[in-house]
Ligand binder design. Structure first.
Ligand code: ZN
Length: 362
């Protein structure tokens, strides 16, 4: 559990955040007189605008669906964030350092990243993602990586959309890049991007195709890396970021940043097996596809999905569709995870068997 953000810091964030700017990231607003702005509601489907924002008061309200509140409530609703996540996101953008109540000796945001630290670790990942992507596009060494992606039907523009990159094989170039951008050894190591060995710093991912793993707000918080060279001394087909203060593999879902909105609208989630499956699904129009990152689907993943699917008592059942084939143990675990946390028949789990058979509805 995250520690509570100090009330006065929440207040500071509320006062300094500009709700108009925040809303304009997703909604086109027009002047509507009396100090209010109007646009199409992001919370329900409509053709004429009934969603209003009053910047001077820092509030929004929709006359169509009744949604309303302050800038924090807006972000929680539109981006499916918890209260703390919404405040942290705004604070990060405004350059406000948050302080946390030291309750139960468990202070700090999101399982222990000290205030301000999260921002630095996210920034290091942004630099790394840019570096890897440029390497994929430009370097001769990445030819095998480009060929791997092309063989799966992913061209340059698709790679750009998903931010796919290539980690050079030299072993220290990312460390050098991060160093040149002012990151300390401790920051690089804590971020899980660089390791510290007997002979100094070394890049965690070497000579592999890498996928940036983004959190629900779109921040890159980790990477998945696939083996493509026969002489790769690490046998594992996939390597993933180990747990860090900002990356928890049991709750991370690849593709969640892209899938959250369609998921919420369709109240359906499609769980596929890996990074390339997520890409293929999205390109094929299945915009609700996500995948776990190097771990089995578990209860923490279910919690994330339930928040987005708004799986609440009294609502129509949400659907979680699994497309894993062949792994009966994995399906059983997933089914158990879902039925356990949903407390009965509210959510429906569909297991898609290999083509030709009908889905099993649990
Ligand atoms: Zn509305």
């Amino acid at each position: 559990m995250a520690g509570l953000i100090k009330a006065e810091d929440v207040q500071t964030v509320k006062e300094r955040a500009n709700i108009e700017d925040v809303v304009r990231e997703q909604v086109t607003l027009r002047q509507a007189g009396m100090g209010s702005l109007k646009g199409l509601c992001p919370f329900h489907d409509e053709k004429s605008p009934s969603f209003t924002v009053r910047p001077a008061l820092g509030v929004y309200h929709c006359f169509g669906c009744g949604e309303g509140g302050d800038v924090i409530a807006y972000l929680m609703g539109v981006d499916h964030l918890t209260f703390s996540e919404a405040v942290e996101r705004l604070a990060g953008q405004l350059g406000i350092t948050l302080r946390y109540e030291e309750s139960n000796g468990r202070g700090g945001p999101r399982d222990g990243a000290a205030p301000g630290k999260r921002t630095r670790l996210v920034e290091a990942h942004r630099v790394a993602a840019d570096y890897y992507h440029a390497a994929l596009v430009d370097s001769g060494e990445a030819r095998a990586g480009r060929a791997f992606l092309l063989a799966k039907g992913f061209d340059r523009s698709v790679a750009a959309t998903f931010g796919v990159g290539y980690a050079p094989g030299g072993g220290t170039s990312l460390a050098a890049e991060l160093q040149s951008k002012g990151f300390s050894t401790e920051e690089m190591v804590t971020a899980g991007l660089v390791g510290r060995g007997q002979r100094g710093l070394y890049d965690r991912f070497r000579g592999r195709v890498v996928w940036p793993i983004r959190d629900i707000t779109g921040d890159t918080i980790g990477f998945g890396a696939r083996r493509i060279h026969d002489d790769d001394r690490i046998e594992a087909k996939y390597l993933n970021t180990s747990d860090t203060p900002i990356y928890k593999k049991t709750s991370v879902l690849y593709g969640i940043d892209l899938a959250k909105k369609p998921m919420s609208q369709q109240r359906t989630a499609v769980v596929v097996e890996g990074y390339t499956d997520v890409m293929a699904a999205h390109l094929a129009g299945v915009e609700t596809a996500v995948a776990t990152c190097g771990t089995a689907f578990g209860t923490d993943h279910i919690k994330v999905l339930r928040r987005i699917l708004r799986d609440e008592p009294g609502s129509d059942p949400a659907k979680v569709i699994f497309t894993f084939d062949g792994d009966a143990a994995g399906q059983k675990a997933a089914m158990k995870a879902l039925t356990k946390t949903s407390g009965g028949p509210r959510s429906r789990l569909w297991l898609l068997p290999p083509p030709g058979k009908t889905p099993m509805n649990c």
